[in-house]
Design a protein around this ligand. Structure first.
Ligand code: SF4
Ligand code: MG
Length: 339
């Protein structure tokens, strides 16, 4: 396989400051705390988890928009964390981001033409005005926006069209990698599928590589080749998309799956219902041992509270649970399953 992105033991810790001058560090929020993952060229890696699990921070750290505390991010053979600022800026053209809310990520005072031209200027692409217009016109075609859109402003478009502008802004630079952070969660459900399908078509025609971040498992299911599930700054499970949805192995993944609505109302839903106890603990003060043990319906004394499970290979999945096999076989039963 042809690897485009390799993340190794990536950590992003934010200091918690106190004191009158905020000059005293009293702890750290371990937003990302030791993540390893690989993104294959031309494929989609879906990253899911509850809000606050660190998935957005991971996406930003991958692009070096948030500086990692430690670890490596290799992009097409180059470790971005060791790249001088100038070289990183040039590399940025190849790594673009799509945001959740196109309205807040697009400057309302800029029309579409100037939104799309800005990146070309920054990276010195397109020699003259005609060349730039040509590139921009082709980009509009790719995302299915008419040419007259160029003279209009973001507020003149619907949410779905605004997201197309956001996608066009990323595409105009001819990137290899696109990190899409909740690309459809601000859109009506009826529009979500259109945007996901557009991303999928663009991937096929342009050979793009995606990291798609979402709290909604249903969104990443069909577009992702591999899905990683994050909990409190760490990956708890990673698997080929089909496998993850049909045979989730980690208790947290099982709980997330059981909360996904059944697509076909005529099909009887026989899945287990797993309700998680309590809220997501603070990433400033994560639980000992397995970080999920305070909410896990399968937690076993005392190993789960004492020993942090490593992410280990089981079949074609990677799972961070001491008891994954015995849970999968049904030998261990959950403490509480509600109908
Ligand atoms: Fe649950 Fe223990 Fe597995 Fe963690 S290691 S997911 S607490 S069973
Ligand atoms: Mg695809």
């Amino acid at each position: 396989t042809d690897v485009l992105v390799e993340v190794r033991d990536l950590k992003v810790h934010f200091p918690i400051k106190r004191g009158v001058l905020f000059d005293r560090t009293v702890g750290h929020v371990k937003a990302v705390d030791g993540v390893d993952l690989t993104i294959v060229r031309g494929r989609t890696y879906g990253l899911v988890g509850e809000s606050g699990c660190g998935k957005s921070t991971l996406g930003r750290a991958l692009l070096q928009l948030t500086p990692p505390t430690s670890g490596a991010v290799t992009f097409d053979g180059t470790d971005l964390t060791r790249l001088p600022a100038g070289k990183l800026r040039a590399m940025r053209r190849r790594m673009q981001m799509i945001f959740q809310d196109p309205m807040s990520s697009l400057d309302p005072r800029q029309n579409v033409e100037s939104i799309l031209t800005e990146g070309l200027h920054t990276h010195g692409i397109g020699g003259n005005r005609d060349e730039r217009r040509q590139i921009i016109g082709e980009t509009l075609d790719k995302v299915g926006l008419p040419r007259w859109a160029l003279s209009r402003y973001p507020h003149e478009f619907s949410g779905g069209q605004r997201q197309r502008i956001g996608i066009a802004r990323a595409l105009v630079l001819g990137p290899d990698l696109i990190v899409a952070d909740e690309p459809v969660s601000a859109l009506d459900v009826s529009i979500q599928a259109q945007v996901v399908n557009l991303l999928d078509e663009l991937q096929d025609s342009l050979g793009l590589t995606y990291l798609v971040i979402a709290h909604d498992l249903a969104v990443v299911r069909h577009i992702s080749d591999t899905v990683g599930v994050m909990y409190l700054g760490a990956l708890v499970e990673e698997a080929p998309s089909d496998r993850l949805y049909t045979e989730p192995l980690h208790p947290y993944t099982r709980a997330l799956m059981s909360a996904v609505p059944v697509p076909d109302p005529d099909v009887e839903d026989r899945r287990e219902r797993i309700l998680l106890a309590g809220d997501l603990p603070s990433p400033a003060n994560p639980p000992s041992g397995c970080r999920f043990h305070t909410r896990c319906p399968w937690a076993q004394p005392t190993r789960c509270a004492d020993e942090r499970p490593a992410l280990r290979e089981i079949g074609d999945s990677r799972v961070a649970c001491h008891w994954a096999e015995r849970i999968a076989s049904g030998e261990l039963r959950p403490h509480e399953v509600r109908p």
